[in-house]
Design a binder for this molecule. Structure first.
Ligand code: NAI
Ligand code: MG
Length: 357
């Protein structure tokens, strides 16, 4: 199926514009006829609109429903804790999906890794309920907690609140099972620390256990997050889909990226019932921005996930196969993978490896 698709493109900051233009070229070659609606967020948006996350950018995504974005640097003291968090909350992109699989020609400690992190994206310690140490709000909270919970919080403590809701958990559990069934995944492992945090992690666990859904043939188990982490680094091939609350999901998705060769390789998606925004797991990499050596593969594979989301299965598989073939060739690779090729050289090699569309 080759058809008309409208996709919002947000180049992003740092290495974002470099890897975004690489991804755009590859997607255009794989599926001709994509109409790109380019919008800014981050530094470029601040310069152009005086706003890090302009309403016209959100509006474009609400119109096209799908977007691909480069990483964004959140300037310190901007008022936003993170533009990414604001974007995920603003569009209610409640599920982050981050597949990490062993890639040909990329030597790593473990073989046959094929993991998918499904991370709850809107709640938990990342919801943004923050009380700064010494603020009147923190003082009021301390007094309240003394009477409500009989606890004494130290007067110089900052406090971050960890809300996890039944509704928020139910939808991510439903999403994870739908994802697992559609993508023929065998098992979901839920990570938690329910013993220590029964009211938040415990609720996440029991809600998932009790949710009445068609689970198909998908197995389900749970594991303490610390134990899970130890097993993951020893035997990652044992795991399949990891279902995690927000904070653990953030940490373990970088760990999973590390297992398969690093941040330059791992794609991601932020998905809600209405909208989807595809982006690599990595950040704006200010240390290498502008030097032309950023690895474009994580962004290009995020583009493949986008194509699959649009129903362009053949195009998605062609992009993934082209990436695999360039990596297995072993010669064209960026410095993060031990090579000396530029972003442009890797992109051109991937373009050459694509079948003629
Ligand atoms: P980072 O992922 O930008 O960089 C970590 C290390 O990995 C650096 O040494 C970098 O050079 C390397 N790296 C990352 N992507 C690479 C690629 N494609 N090719 C080659 N090397 C790559 O993480 P860091 O330094 O913690 O964050 C930098 C900025 O990015 C911060 O402002 C942070 O807030 C932002 N960030 C944005 C994200 C997003 O927009 N989704 C996600 C994570 C961080
Ligand atoms: Mg992260």
């Amino acid at each position: 199926m080759t058809g008309r698709h409208r996709v919002t493109l947000i180049p992003g900051d740092g290495i974002g514009p470099e890897v975004s233009s690489a991804a755009r070229m590859v997607l255009d070659a794989a599926v001709p006829g994509i109409e790109w609606v380019e919008r800014t967020a981050g530094a470029a948006a601040l310069a152009e609109h005086g706003d890090l996350l302009p309403e016209e950018t959100l509006d474009a995504i609400r119109t096209t429903r799908v977007a691909i974005k480069g990483p964004i640097t959140t300037p310190v003291g901007s008022g936003f804790r993170s533009i990414n968090v604001a974007l995920r909350q603003g569009l209610d992109l409640f599920a982050a999906v981050r597949p990490a699989r062993s890639l040909p020609g990329v030597p790593t400690r473990h073989e046959k890794v094929d993991l998918v992190v499904v991370r709850e994206n809107t709640e938990d310690l990342y919801q943004g309920v923050e009380f700064a140490a010494g603020s009147p709000q923190a003082d009021a909270l301390r007094i309240e907690l003394r009477s409500l919970a009989g606890v004494e919080i130290k007067p110089d403590a900052g406090v971050t609140v960890k809300p996890i809701s039944v509704a928020g958990t139910r939808r991510i559990v439903r999403f994870a099972f739908e994802y697992a069934k559609t993508n023929r995944r065998a098992r979901i492992t839920l990570g938690h620390k329910a013993g220590i945090m029964p009211t938040s992690d415990g609720l996440f666990l029991t809600t998932a256990r009790n949710e009445e859904i068609d689970r198909g043939d998908v197995g389900f188990e749970d594991m303490q997050i610390d134990h899970l982490t130890a097993r993951l680094v020893r035997d990652p091939a044992r795991f399949d889909v990891l279902l995690l609350p927000n904070l653990y999901g953030d940490i373990l998705s970088d760990l999973c990226a590390g297992l398969v060769g690093g941040l330059g390789l791992v794609p991601g998606a932020n998905i809600g019932w209405e909208y989807a925004v595809f982006e690599p797991v990595h950040g704006s990499a200010p240390d290498i921005a502008g030097t032309g050596v950023a690895n474009p593969i994580a962004m290009i594979l995020s583009g493949a996930m986008l194509l699959r989301h649009l129903g362009e299965m053949a195009g998605a598989s062609a992009v993934e196969a082209a990436v695999d073939s360039v990596l297995s060739g072993g010669t064209v690779r960026t410095p993060d993978l031990g090579g000396s090729s530029s972003t442009t050289q890797v992109t051109n090699a991937i373009l050459r490896a694509l079948p003629a569309a």
